[in-house]
Design a protein around this ligand. Structure first.
Ligand code: BGC
Length: 726
């Protein structure tokens, strides 16, 4: 049969069809058609992305005409209608790396932990759509997010970029974020597969973990995220997993991801994570930031392997088709490079505000909040609150609309003009408080001198201390304390004025030695470019707080499975000796570890207070095609508010366990009640066995929780033994 190949115009038209209009099979057929027309040289061109940024003396940036300064670009092959790739970071907004794209700003979302604290899949979709829309408008067709690594260590530098400690929560939100990104014709990249759960020696550390435990925890977050969001790309991680490096692990990429999960998109490496050409046969399709590695492995070295017959034609075609397939399936095959449209920054700021508002967690409140009319003079102390809010560091750091209020330099790269460091996002809590509370006198003390702050605090009706902890990609914190004497500052202020409230801007849980001496504590994470306004809304009562902790706040680091951070302080290097990190907690991450060890945290997973009161009742569990839970939620207080009832599995086939099995965020008016039905994710009920997921026969117990530590009565159901999808 004669196959007629489409001409370039038709190819372009096909690439531009939005994803929703296409069938799965179409994308496979489309990719096969284009790939078949390529020469081998063209095929190899797709398998590595360049870093058009000068990163080392003597290694000048390879700028590609028409392509932006970005972490990754792939040249177009116009002959076959492949328009090229322009990759941009990432999960908190479109990043302008090192400020190299002069004057380019983007909407800066709060940290992903704030999004996770909303427990709101629909909001994750909107956040993704916002970032995807800005990426598209700026000419990027691949977004390097979301990140779903589990928060296993409260000192880990990148937790703020991830979606918390629970695989169901991270998987569902990561999946929705991916769908949102891709709804704007931009490929989402779920990362970092897998176990990049600490930054310390991330390039050499070997995560040692039992396979079943890994399948039930970090891998489950990816599995759910990929099923739900169908991201066009997966980014493998820097670290090793049970021996091999993630990006060169046949087990991880070929067997689990592409085999067991049937993943059809492409796997790209992290930047500087490829050490050998053999990674290609192990399942890595694209070498990113290729100039960062010892060799551009997937160029000449891979061609040599192919010529020698050690790489098959089939595998070469497969890798290329995976990229073309995702572009088609997502509708991302348009020509990247140049800005394509204007951005409605005012509308996008609303998304940033929504995330901040839904993610702020009220940890403690003895009635001090919302601020009463009696507190006429309010002293705000510290945290740069007069200028803005802080953001986390590293590749996810967004240059916000309006430009940074300040950058406190922590490092200077010899080849980059702008210093890198702690970025203050221009959303001043002090200005927002003045706006929300016009009858109050709001003054500010920088908190530089604890004695001065305490003396001024003694004269105020109420004091709000803003405490910050800057965390970043590339390093972990040594402990849970607030840096630069802020714990002592809070203690001194609280001693001088017992009407003291603390607002935290942190990338992780922190210890609170002063907790008993303050009246309220608000966790605002890194709250993004509308953060000041959202914080002021919570403090003044314009907004009823509704965030719930997506991570356990330990009482001390001694409660953590690894009180010592393995390798902490040792210098990182690309190829230094292997550093084993033993994940003995297995799948019992965060609250599950606390339940197993019967430990009392400072604040449990799922915790968050409100200005109203909710009740949960009438839990029923039904077994059928799937297992479902239904129950009633009531707003029994006086104010409108949003609740996040959490369903926990507490007994599985007779064993005591604790696993989040479902959650639902809902807004209720005073007195309003609503019945909720949740379908329970079967893999939460199951164990990973040698034959795959299996729900063992026996008695299963469920309880509704206001947090992992505040559970209602247990309701049981007997389930018959069954297998769950692969
Ligand atoms: C990070 C990735 C990021 C990439 C490109 C790496 O250092 O680990 O998350 O997407 O750089 O900037």
């Amino acid at each position: 049969m004669e196959i007629r190949l489409p001409g370039p115009a038709l190819v372009l038209a096909l690439l531009a069809i939005p994803a929703s209009a296409r069938e799965e099979g179409d994308s496979d057929a489309h990719a096969a058609r284009i790939e078949a027309r390529m020469t081998d040289e063209e095929r190899f061109q797709l398998l590595h992305s360049h870093l058009p940024i000068t990163i080392a003396p003597g290694k000048p940036a390879q700028l590609i005409p028409g392509m932006p300064i970005a972490p990754g670009v792939v040249r177009p092959i116009e002959r076959v209608g492949f328009q090229g790739l322009a990759k941009t970071d990432a999960s908190l907004g479109v990043v302008n790396p090192f400020g190299l794209r002069e004057g380019d700003v983007a909407t800066a979302l709060p940290s992903a932990l704030a999004l996770a604290a909303s427990f709101d899949p629909a909001l994750a979709f909107r956040a993704g759509a916002m970032i995807g829309g800005e990426a598209q408008a700026k000419g990027f067709n691949v977004l390097l997010g979301p990140g779903v690594n589990l928060a296993r260590d409260p000192r880990a530098g990148r937790n703020f970029e991830y979606l918390g400690e629970d695989p169901l929560l991270a998987g569902v939100l990561g999946g929705e974020m991916s769908r949102g990104i891709q709804s704007r014709g931009v490929v989402a990249t779920i990362k970092h597969l897998v176990m990049n759960d600490q930054e310390t020696l991330r390039r050499t550390m070997d995560a040692r973990i039992d396979e079943a435990a890994l399948r039930e925890s970090d891998l489950l977050a990816f599995e759910i995220g990929i099923e739900r969001g169908r991201p066009g790309a997966v980014m493998c991680a820097y670290n090793r997993v049970n021996g091999p490096w993630s990006c060169g692990s046949d087990w991880l990429l070929n067997q689990v991801l592409k085999g067991d999960w049937g993943y059809k998109g492409w796997v790209m490496s992290d930047w500087g994570a490829v050490h050998d050409v053999s990674y290609f046969n192990a399942g890595l399709d694209q070498h990113s930031g290729a100039e960062l590695d010892e060799k551009v492995w997937f160029d000449a070295p891979l061609q040599a392997e192919y010529a020698a017959g050690r790489v098959s034609k089939e595998r070469l075609s497969d890798a290329v088709r995976r990229i073309l397939r995702s572009l088609h399936a997502v509708g991302a095959g348009w020509k990247p490079g140049e800005p394509r449209s204007d951005i409605d920054y005012a509308a996008n700021a609303e998304v940033a505000r929504e995330v901040a508002a839904a993610g702020i967690v009220l940890l403690k409140n003895d009635g001090a909040l919302p601020l009463s009319g009696d507190a006429k003079s309010v002293l705000v102390v510290g945290g740069y609150a007069v200028a803005g809010v802080i953001a986390g560091g590293g590749s996810s750091q967004v240059t916000p609309v309006g430009g940074p209020a300040a950058i406190l330099p922590t490092s200077v790269h010899p080849l980059v003009k702008r210093p890198a460091g702690q970025l203050i996002v221009p959303s001043s809590p002090v200005a927002a408080l003045k706006k929300n509370l016009p009858q109050h006198t709001i003054s500010y003390d920088p908190g530089y001198d604890a004695g001065m702050a305490a003396a001024r605090a003694a004269r105020a009706d109420a004091v709000i201390v803003f405490a910050t902890k800057w965390e970043s990609e590339g390093w972990d914190s040594s402990d849970l304390s607030l840096p630069q004497g802020q714990d002592a500052l809070i203690a001194a202020v609280a001693k001088a004025n017992r009407n003291t409230i603390v607002v935290l801007e942190t990338g992780n849980p922190v210890a609170m030695p002063w907790l008993a001496d303050v009246r309220a504590v608000v966790e605002a994470w890194y709250p993004g470019q509308q953060g000041g306004a959202a914080i002021a809304d919570v403090l003044s009562g314009a907004l009823n707080p509704s965030g719930r902790l997506p991570m356990t706040f330990p009482a001390s680091i001694g409660q953590n499975p690894r009180p010592q951070l393995t390798g902490f302080g040792e210098p990182d290097s690309m190829r230094a000796a292997r550093l084993p990190v033993e994940y003995t907690e297995g799948a019992d991450v965060g609250y599950r570890w606390f339940a197993r060890k019967k430990l009392q945290p400072l604040f449990p997973f799922g915790h968050g207070l409100s200005y109203t009161r909710f009740t949960h009742s009438g839990l029923k569990i039904k077994d059928g095609d799937s297992v479902t839970a239904s129950f009633e939620v009531k707003n029994a207080g006086e104010r409108q508010g949003a609740d996040v009832p959490q369903l926990y599995l507490v007994k599985a086939s007779g064993r005591d366990v604790q696993r989040l099995a479902g959650f639902q965020r809902l807004a209720l008016k005073p007195g309003e009640r609503r019945r909720i039905t949740l379908e329970i994710e079967p893999r939460i009920l199951a164990d990973w066995t040698t034959e795959g997921w299996r729900i063992r026969g026996g008695v299963y117990g469920f309880a509704l929780g206001k947090s992992a530590d505040d559970l209602g009565p247990t309701v049981t159901v007997t389930l018959a033994e069954r297998r769950v999808k692969p």
